[in-house]
Design a protein around this ligand. Structure first.
Ligand code: PLP
Length: 400
């Protein structure tokens, strides 16, 4: 390539390559929906729930309208919200997508923001414990639940968290919007917490062609309550409204698309893992390089853990190993000039967002998340990214 020839842009996520591969199966599935005409709660939704339950490790799955609605429905199913004039407190990591916090307020409860660990972006149990004690001492809200988030596809270690929560009589809702398909110690996301929610937003590892999500329940009885809330709080009789609900249904067309995509999901997860391994091998060298103005730390899974690699997110420091938003942004610009898109998830933690800041303690209160917001950068990650693109990205990072 000559210096004047623009580099071909690498897609950040390549849904077009996936749809080319799956088009006949997607067309067939969509055709079936058009033929039977049951657009809402058609047979595809039942079939999808059976498949999702299997994928979740033998749990009861309820397909819903989005990952956000899945979280809200899970909170409602557990009765988290407010009792008379006293609000429940729900602990959420501050370094997450807004939906995790938003649903807590929509349910009538108060979000309590918790810091994450710098090395893997997951909820920090020490910070959780500190925030819990602050809520208890204040005595204003009732601690009721914690929502750990499997950020970027990496499942949270469920046992220490479950133990901590059980000792305090708190519910655990796992926000697995980004980690469907991941595993920990051979167990699938879906069976790692009593109740797990996920998202099928198009860019997620398993995505539909619109909005979609699911609630996965270890106890079938919980799934029955979730099913009722998904459809306006109905009982078996449609006009018997036994609890407060929402319209949280997934439509048959989205279920049809997901069924087609599930036929190749295992292969796609393997391709994501191979890509992450390729990035890791190539980029670990840049963690100590003196030839670049940046040092990058690669995400690692640890033994027995399989991420779904929703994102491949680096932490970037300056040449002296200090956190530096300028260095991170310089790396992004350097990649962008070579046709390599990047993204920052997330540029501002939730406790500093205008919508939520009255629930937090302001800048400096959750320092790890605040620092990560300046340091993270996500690279292109999808099952159709080939070796040449991987080489191009890694070479560009290693050569300023
Ligand atoms: C961590 C997390 N939770 C919840 C959601 C909400 O999912 P949805 O967009 O399907 O409503 C997302 C979506 O990006 C997410 O990343």
């Amino acid at each position: 390539m000559t210096p004047t020839e623009p580099a071909q842009k690498i897609p950040f996520v390549d849904l077009a390559a996936q749809s080319r591969r799956l088009r006949p199966e997607i067309d067939r599935r969509i055709g079936e929906v058009l033929d039977h005409g049951r657009y809402v709660m058609g047979p595809e939704v039942d079939e999808l729930e059976t498949e999702l339950g299997r994928w979740g490790g033998g749990v009861s799955a309820v397909a819903v309208s989005s990952g956000s609605d899945a979280l809200l429905i899970a909170l409602l199913a557990l009765g988290v919200g407010r009792k008379e004039d006293r609000r429940d407190a729900v602990f959420v990591p501050t370094f997450t997508f807004t939906a995790t916090a938003e649903v807590v307020l929509l349910a009538g409860a108060v979000p309590i923001f918790v810091d994450v660990r710098g090395e893997d972006f997951l909820i920090d149990l020490e910070s959780l414990d500190r925030e819990y004690e602050v809520v208890r001492a204040a005595g204003v809200a009732t601690p009721r639940a914690v929502i750990p988030v499997d950020l970027f596809g990496l499942p949270v270690a469920e046992e220490p968290l479950a133990e901590w929560a059980a000792a305090r009589d708190l519910e655990v809702i796992s926000d697995a919007a980004q980690s469907f398909g991941a595993r920990r110690a051979g167990r699938r996301v879906g069976s790692l917490a009593p109740i797990t929610t996920t998202s099928f937003y198009p860019a997620k590892p398993l995505g539909c062609y619109g909005d979609g999500g699911a609630v996965l329940c270890v106890e079938p009885a919980t799934a029955e309550v979730v099913r009722s809330i998904r459809e306006h709080g109905q009982s078996a009789d449609r006009y018997d409204i036994v609890r407060l609900g929402v319209n949280g249904r997934l439509d048959s067309l989205q279920a049809a698309v997901l069924l087609a995509k599930l036929t190749i999901f295992e292969q796609e997860l393997a391709a994501r893992r191979a890509l992450a391994a390729g990035y890791g091998e190539r980029l670990r060298a840049v963690s100590s390089s003196t030839a670049t103005p940046w040092r990058v730390s690669t995400p690692e899974c640890g033994p027995g853990v399989e991420s779904s690699w929703a994102q491949y997110t680096l932490r970037v420091d300056d040449a002296a190993g200090r956190p530096s938003a300028e260095t991170r942004d310089a790396l992004r610009a350097h990649l962008d000039r070579a046709g390599i898109p990047t993204a920052v998830y997330y540029p501002r933690p939730m406790h500093l967002q205008p919508a939520y800041e009255s629930y937090g303690r302001g800048a400096g209160s959750l320092p790890v998340s605040e620092s990560l917001a300046d340091r993270v950068v996500s690279l292109p990650m999808h099952p159709y990214l080939d070796q040449a693109a991987l080489d191009r990205i890694c070479e560009r990072i290693a050569n300023p």
